[in-house]
Design a protein around this ligand. Structure first.
Ligand code: CA
Length: 223
């Protein structure tokens, strides 16, 4: 398995290379955006680990360019702690997953393995589940032919749940993913947000998509 790391923070890049090499990967590193883009489009990799902020060419331009060239190499995006927006933008641009800095190596390795198991999947512009259509580019959700009037936060919550359809999502995970905050002390915030989202997404429709898993969290799926 060959991995390309495009990361300008030398410490992070070397730490990743060491860990991945020890885990049996062959690793190429570059700290510069243009060179990273060149390598990503001219060589074959099983995975690209891509930092957002880079000298030369940023992570978004790199991933957009890779996808424009029809390359489906899985991309794991590295984003800053407080930028949910970056992550959504990364996923929209065609990233397969993202990891928020700082992260532990075991976390990274788990993500890497899960992406490689999934194989290259084209990030589509439109996500369809049951009679729901979520347009990632226009940031709009339509259900049963009706546009759902969602706030940006509600849309982010819906998108996150839909992208992980079928997966049981704990309140803590939802809080971290959507608000990028730790609500350990008050996961009630999540319940309130889900209640509001349900009002728009599920209440007017017979077929419910958001389900409560008692004592655990929520799952988004067609039943
Ligand atoms: Ca950087």
């Amino acid at each position: 398995m060959r991995v390309l790391i495009i990361e300008d923070e030398q410490k992070t890049a070397l730490y990743l290379r060491k860990g991945l090499t020890e885990s049996g990967f062959v690793v190429d590193i570059t700290c510069e955006g243009e060179e990273g883009f060149f390598l990503a489009t001219t060589r074959e990799y099983d995975l690209i680990i891509l930092d957002v902020m880079l000298p030369g060419k940023d992570g978004w331009s790199i991933i957009a360019g890779i996808r424009q060239r029809g390359k489906q190499t899985p991309v794991l995006f590295l984003t800053a702690r407080d930028s949910v927006h970056d992550r959504v933008r990364g996923l929209e641009s065609g990233a397969d997953d993202y990891l928020v800095k700082p992260f532990s190596f075991s976390e990274l390795l788990a993500r890497v393995r899960s992406i490689l198991r999934r194989g290259p999947i084209r990030q589509t512009e439109i996500l369809r589940i049951a009679d729901m259509e979520i347009n990632l580019v226009r940031r709009r959700a339509i259900r049963g032919g009706q546009i759902l009037e969602l706030t940006p936060k509600e849309f982010a919550l819906l998108l996150m749940m839909a992208q992980r359809a079928g997966e049981v999502l704990s309140r803590t995970l939802i809080a971290e993913e959507v608000w990028d905050m730790n609500f350990d002390s008050d996961t009630n915030v999540v319940d309130v947000a889900i209640r509001r989202l349900r009002r728009k997404v599920d209440d007017p429709f017979e077929n419910k998509l958001i389900h409560t898993i008692r004592g655990v969290g929520y799952v988004f799926e067609e039943r």
